[in-house]
Design a protein around this ligand. Structure first.
Ligand code: MN
Length: 317
């Protein structure tokens, strides 16, 4: 039913605005850029809105130059992708109230079903997998650009096909994207094997200050404004640093707290059994069972204390 409604709405729409979350990642950007090209093929007037900057590492992707701020208010359909809730959309949440129809395509377990049509598949390893299926169902031919955009989403959200969310379908999608022109080595080399010296310095600092708690089951990391200034880095450079903590052999939960004006941006990862979506909810955030995040007003010190206390309970320590 929902799927038919979605397809009808897309076919009927003239002007479509596609949005994804702030602090955009490879999946969000991959979905909006792929949809930009795909919907253009259906002769739609498409615009892309992200209420944030596109990180440097993703700027090689086709159509990222089409991403605009502020947004076009005249769209008759809004499609949000990879956005668990309206807060994550930034300013686009105001537009969501104005448009008559909206579609929410996502794979986060914390999704709040905020659109008029909600298509949330929590078994999908990435939103790009869902967008891939949608493009197929709409009868739009894949091409090199669409394949490249979606492949970035698939490969980043699965941690190079290594996270438990990866399924045989994920590989089927990836295979089809490669068959349609996605370049595996170009994408891997651009996203995974290329790093700025300044980011490496930031990683060094974060690892140096990392703390372990509860018999090494928690890896705690933080980044203050001073860390950014001293290493000449910015918020987007934080991506994936948390994995250094998560990968430690004894660790079950990795925590990363980043200072952001009066707020703290928290990221959580778990390895085997702690539900970090549940933990993030305590701070007004969410995400997935093994990866989640939140943005909470307060100081790093306050949030660190509270989060360690909560994880301690989860670990039965
Ligand atoms: Mn995603």
């Amino acid at each position: 039913m929902i799927l038919n409604d979605m397809l009808d709405s897309i076919r009927e729409a003239k002007k479509i605005i596609v949005v994804t979350h702030v602090s955009p990642d490879g999946d969000g950007i991959g979905c909006v850029t792929a949809l930009y090209k795909a919907l253009n093929k259906l002769n739609k007037d498409v615009s892309i809105f992200i209420d944030d900057d596109v990180p440097e590492i993703y700027k090689f992707m086709p159509y990222t130059e089409k991403i605009t701020r502020p947004f076009d208010e005249s769209a008759d359909l809004l499609i949000a992708v990879d956005c668990a809730d309206t807060e994550r959309m930034g300013n686009a949440k105001n537009l969501l109230r104005k448009v008559s129809k909206s579609i929410n395509i996502d794979h986060h377990i914390s999704n709040t079903l905020y659109a008029t049509m909600n298509y949330v598949d929590t078994n999908a390893a990435s939103s790009s997998e869902i967008v891939y299926q949608l493009i197929k169902i709409l009868g739009i031919d894949l091409d090199k650009e669409i394949a490249e955009c979606l492949y970035v989403g698939v490969v980043t959200d699965t941690g190079h096909f290594m996270y438990g969310s990866t399924t045989s379908f994920t590989h089927e999608v990836a295979g089809d994207l490669i068959n349609n022109g996605a370049s595996v080595d170009k994408i891997s080399n651009t996203i995974f094997h290329k790093i700025k010296y300044s980011k490496l310095k930031l990683i060094g600092r974060v690892i140096n200050n990392m703390e372990l708690y509860f018999n090494g089951k928690i890896a705690y990391m933080e980044i203050s404004n001073e860390d950014f200034t001293k290493t000449n880095t910015k918020a987007e450079d934080v991506e994936n640093i948390i994995n250094y903590g998560r990968d430690i052999d004894s660790v079950e939960v990795a925590v990363m707290l980043v200072e952001k004006e009066d707020f703290v941006k928290g990221s959580l990862r778990s390895k085997n059994y702690v539900d970090v979506n549940k933990l993030a909810r305590e701070f007004g955030g969410g995400g997935h069972v093994r990866a989640s995040g939140f943005l909470k007003k307060g100081t790093i010190k306050e949030i660190k204390e509270k989060i360690l206390e909560l994880i301690k309970i989860e670990l039965n320590e």
